[in-house]
Design a binder for this molecule. Structure first.
Ligand code: BG6
Length: 455
């Protein structure tokens, strides 16, 4: 197990909100060695005392349930280094003397190429691992270039292009439900399934992340990675095993089968919008363009909906709808499988049967099946819904991801060819939107989304 983790972007939002709490969860469950250390590095130049206070506040805020021992152990294991990711001497100082290290690049994608070059010059020790926060690159060309640079630095097995959705218990449960139950497989195709909806609607707004989000928007922040990964798990052929090769081979097959959208398809099958001022619950929310750090000229979208077609035997004829938005009226985070209507209704006029829907709730975690039954009055049909709550996760998603990095298991991270295929799907959309082929709509914060959004 690797014993030193170096985080660049080490006092940023991701490190404080997810990475330190993830490490705390590993300590709490006895998975971190007593020699483990985490170096948080960035350009800011904090003093030791200031860093310690920052780290303690992050743990108190984002991991309030950990024991006093764990809190102390993480604060003891953590130290700060001032280092610019473009400066080989400073970077070498963070990785020197510990044997192989894991380097976590919690940085904007525009800095990844510089980071790889610097790590090369800083002589990253052999056996080290590299972790890239999503999105990996900014389009197909830059992802290819990053993969090319990486090939000279470390083997593919040592590269972790993380997507924390893959480590969520509920997402894992999607695999469990599909692959451990015979009853679903015979229905799992376009003959029975009309539409698969993959939805991540958030009430969350920008939350002071303009420095990152205003450069990516909903398409690159969520669709290129999280939502396409969910699509892969729903649609892939059953893998032989869940080992990194078998699982990732099957996911790549699906990404390769997604039809490339033409400009005309993009006009018809994609939407984009940005929130204006509004009220969510009792919160007054300013317009996205009035948030600090946002440049309205970038025309960054905070909502998108995209319809995709999979050109293979199993799925030809099923519509895949991917949707995500910020500052919406309510959270809706789920994968909904909409079955086709029954071929014949022998009940005359006594009722209508809504098509069955199987819902994988991602947050909160549950599994719901909507069926139709006979009501108390035997002549009527009534909807019945069966809901199962899923056990809360043993480890938070980032805890699981960090454990995989330290142990060297890349099964839940994205392989190089997989990242490129995901960009192949999304890059034509970026290009068409930049030419304004699709209007940028508005929706008030706290609404259901732009006019015409389905619920
Ligand atoms: C992140 C996105 O990867 O996922 C955010 O950058 C989004 O914009 C978040 O809000 C959702 O996941 P979670 O686990 O933070 O709810």
């Amino acid at each position: 197990m690797i014993r030193r983790l170096v985080i660049f972007g080490g006092t940023g939002d991701l490190a404080g909100r997810y990475l330190l709490p993830g490490l705390a969860a590993l300590h709490e469950t006895g998975r971190l060695s007593s020699e483990f250390e985490v170096v948080c590095a960035d350009r800011k130049g904090h003093g030791d005392e200031q860093f310690r206070e920052w780290a303690a506040t992050q743990l108190d805020q984002h991991a309030p349930d950990i024991s006093g021992d764990t809190r102390q152990a993480i604060l003891t294991a953590a130290r700060y280094r001032q280092a610019d990711i473009g400066d080989p001497a400073q970077v070498a100082d963070t990785i020197a003397g510990a044997g192989p290290v894991a380097v976590y690049l919690a940085l904007p994608p525009a800095l990844f190429a510089t980071a790889i070059r610097t790590l090369h010059a800083a002589q990253l020790p052999s056996g080290s691992r590299l972790v890239f926060e999503k999105p990996f690159g900014e389009d197909l060309g830059s992802a290819r270039e990053l993969n090319r640079l990486l090939a000279d630095l470390v083997p593919e097995q040592a590269v972790f292009r993380v997507d924390h959705f893959l480590a969520m218990t509920t997402v894992q449960n999607l695999l469990g439900s599909r692959l451990a139950n015979r009853v679903l497989e015979s229905l799992w195709n376009s003959a029975h399934i009309a539409e698969v909806e993959i939805v991540w609607d958030e009430t969350l707004t920008l939350e002071d992340r303009a420095g990152y989000y205003d450069h990516v928007g909903a398409l690159e922040d969520m669709v290129q990675n999280h939502l396409l990964q969910l699509l892969c798990l729903v649609a892939m052929e059953p893998p032989i095993t869940l080992s990194e090769r078998d699982l990732r081979d099957r996911k790549v097959d699906i990404l390769r089968s997604i039809r490339t959208l033409t400009d005309e398809d993009i006009r018809r099958c994609t939407r984009r919008a940005r929130y204006s001022a509004g009220v969510i619950g009792d919160r007054h929310v300013p317009a996205y363009t009035d948030e600090p750090g946002v440049d309205p000229r970038r025309r960054t979208e905070t909502f998108t909906e995209i319809h995709l077609t999979i050109d293979n035997w199993r799925w030809a004829g099923t519509d895949f709808v991917l949707r995500t938005g910020k500052a919406l009226a309510a959270d809706r985070k789920e994968v909904a499988i909409h079955f086709r209507p029954v071929p014949h209704m022998p009940f005359g006029h006594h009722g209508t049967a809504a098509p069955n829907v199987l819902r994988f709730g991602l947050d909160p975690e549950n599994l719901t099946l909507a069926l139709t039954a006979i009501g108390a009055d035997v002549d009527t049909l009534v909807p019945v819904t069966m809901t199962a709550r899923i056990e809360p996760p043993g480890l938070p998603a980032y805890g699981r991801l960090l454990l995989d990095v330290l142990l060297g298991n890349p099964a839940l991270s994205i392989r190089g060819d997989e990242a490129e295929e995901a960009w192949r799907v999304v890059t034509p959309i970026i290009s068409a939107w930049s030419r304004d082929l699709v209007p940028l709509d508005d929706y008030p914060a706290g609404s259901l989304g732009p006019t015409g959004t389905r619920r």
